[in-house]
Unconditional design. Structure first.
Length: 355
């Protein structure tokens, strides 16, 4: 009798364990390709260039002074502020620094002090989003607020959300012009939350930014131009930020309750990649490789496009759908999804029940 005959029969792995092993095999391939390695030179150059562009925009603002050409500077500054936000995103994901302390220092300087975006609030919100993307109860990015992301949310909506929800696909881009203001206010509101770390520091940096920003506008410009600058700058900043993040998950399947597949499928099936070249990579900050970013949040941005080849082939190998489209097509998919989500409000089927 052989030794193998005496050994207990191996139990076949459950579908759940096999699914969890899918990610481990992918991670080994990615790691073997060196794609999780740090890119210090890239980030040193990128942070320097973004910092120079941000400072140059403020210098141009001071030099142009009391002129309606200052609104062109407001548009440029909207782009530079969004690029600072993208840098803060990479820093918060530990793509730049391994240690927590330099990560938080640079994150707060770039976010709170630089552009008035609360680092602590954003990090908490974004961490929860990454853990459960497009889960209606667990992902704050698809929680019903002004917009609804599913017909289920539409039927349960109240007040202004019900009014906007009827035509939300048509109002989506105009509403994004308010997103800059919403980001600032969200960081301030979060200061009441005891779970936000270092609230005194967060608040001090935020209000120092707001005070310095408004002082610069009203010292350099007369009141009418200062207000016009503020409106153009914040509207275009919000629009640009919304256009960066909208293609990533909007219009992809949402989940509820205990519908939580394994990590790999949870990330891939709710994310969308956007095709494009160098210009798209720059404009979207590398987040057009959203599937790879969600699978490997700590992966340096310049490595994502190389990882895409491996991830796409692997998904085909194990039979997991991998969705990729063009930039304009991604907006079309998001808008069609918003229109379908608001259907109950247009038909009257979403009228709230009364007791």
């Amino acid at each position: 009798m052989t030794i193998s005959a005496l050994a207990p029969e191996a139990k076949p792995r459950s579908p759940r364990r096999r699914a969890e092993g899918d990610y481990a095999r992918l991670l080994r391939r990615i790691s073997a390709a060196g794609l999780m390695d740090r890119r210090p030179v890239y980030y040193a150059v990128r942070l320097t260039l973004v910092g120079i562009a941000f400072a140059a925009a403020w210098v141009a603002f001071a030099l142009v002074g009391d002129s309606w050409w200052t609104l062109a500077i407001a548009a440029v500054m909207a782009v530079t502020c969004a690029q600072v936000a993208l840098v803060m995103h990479d820093v918060a994901h530990r793509q730049v620094f391994r240690l927590r302390r330099p990560t938080e220092i640079v994150g707060r300087i770039a976010g709170n002090a630089g552009i008035g975006l609360g680092y602590g609030w954003w990090q908490d919100k974004h961490t929860r989003h990454h853990a459960n993307p497009n889960h209606e109860e667990l992902d704050p990015d698809v929680a019903p607020d002004i917009l609804v992301w599913s017909q289920r949310q539409a039927r349960a909506s109240r007040g202004l959300t019900r009014v906007i929800g009827r035509a939300q696909a048509f109002l989506f881009f105009p509403l994004l012009m308010l997103e800059g203001l919403n980001l600032h206010l969200a960081g301030v509101r979060a200061l009441r939350n005891r779970s936000v770390k270092h609230r005194a520091l967060e608040g001090s940096l935020l209000f120092a930014h707001f005070a310095g920003y408004l002082a610069a506008l009203f010292v350099v410009l007369p009141a009418d131009k200062a207000v016009a600058f503020l409106v153009v700058h914040q509207a275009l900043f919000g629009l640009y930020m919304g256009c960066i993040f909208a293609p990533n998950h909007k219009g992809m399947p949402t989940r509820t309750g205990d519908d939580r597949p394994d990590y790999l499928r949870r990330q891939v099936l709710t994310s969308r990649n956007v095709r494009g070249g160098v210009l798209t990579d720059f404009a979207l900050g590398g987040l057009n490789y959203q599937i790879e970013h969600h699978l490997f949040p700590n992966m340096p941005t310049p490595n994502l496009r190389h990882a895409q080849v491996i991830v796409r082939e692997y998904c085909a190998e194990i039979g997991v759908p991998y969705h990729e489209t063009g930039l304009l097509a991604s907006y079309g998919e998001a808008l069609r999804h918003l229109h379908r989500a608001g259907a109950p409000l247009r038909s009257g089927a979403g009228e709230p029940r009364t007791a």
